[in-house]
Write a new protein. Structure first.
Length: 126
């Protein structure tokens, strides 16, 4: 008889445990369904997103190539301007060398001639 009571008590405890686990199992099932719906929605949206990302990456690549070409052109322009400035400085130095010396000689000649004339005039006045 003790064995019958023990088996009955164990069976009752197991029945109560199963009854208390039913809401947990139902909630777990609802959660699994919601997760499945979310995964299905994500799967539907992944293809267009990947296509959009591919398009955007191609556009960004084109923009970067364009920027690279423009940077190369700007570098070439800066080099050209620097070379032009160097040539202009050299031209200025050449002009100064070719004109300054003769002008100084002419100025010296005129100064000497005017002093000579002044000296001649002073001598004549005496």
């Amino acid at each position: 008889m003790l064995l019958t009571i023990s088996v009955t008590v164990i069976a009752g405890i197991m029945a109560v445990a199963v009854i208390f686990q039913i809401p947990f199992i139902l909630q777990l099932r609802r959660t699994a369904r919601e997760a499945e719906k979310i995964l299905e929605t994500a799967r539907i949206h992944i293809a267009p997103l990947s296509h959009d990302l591919t398009v955007v990456s191609h556009e960004v690549s084109g923009i970067l190539q364009s920027v690279h070409r423009h940077v190369d052109r700007v570098e070439e322009s800066i080099t050209t301007i620097r070379d032009s400035a160097d040539r202009l400085r050299e031209f200025e130095e050449d002009i100064l060398r070719k004109i300054e010396v003769p002008l100084l000689e002419v100025a010296t000649l005129i100064s000497a001639a005017s002093r000579g004339v002044e000296a001649f005039v002073r001598v004549l006045r005496r």
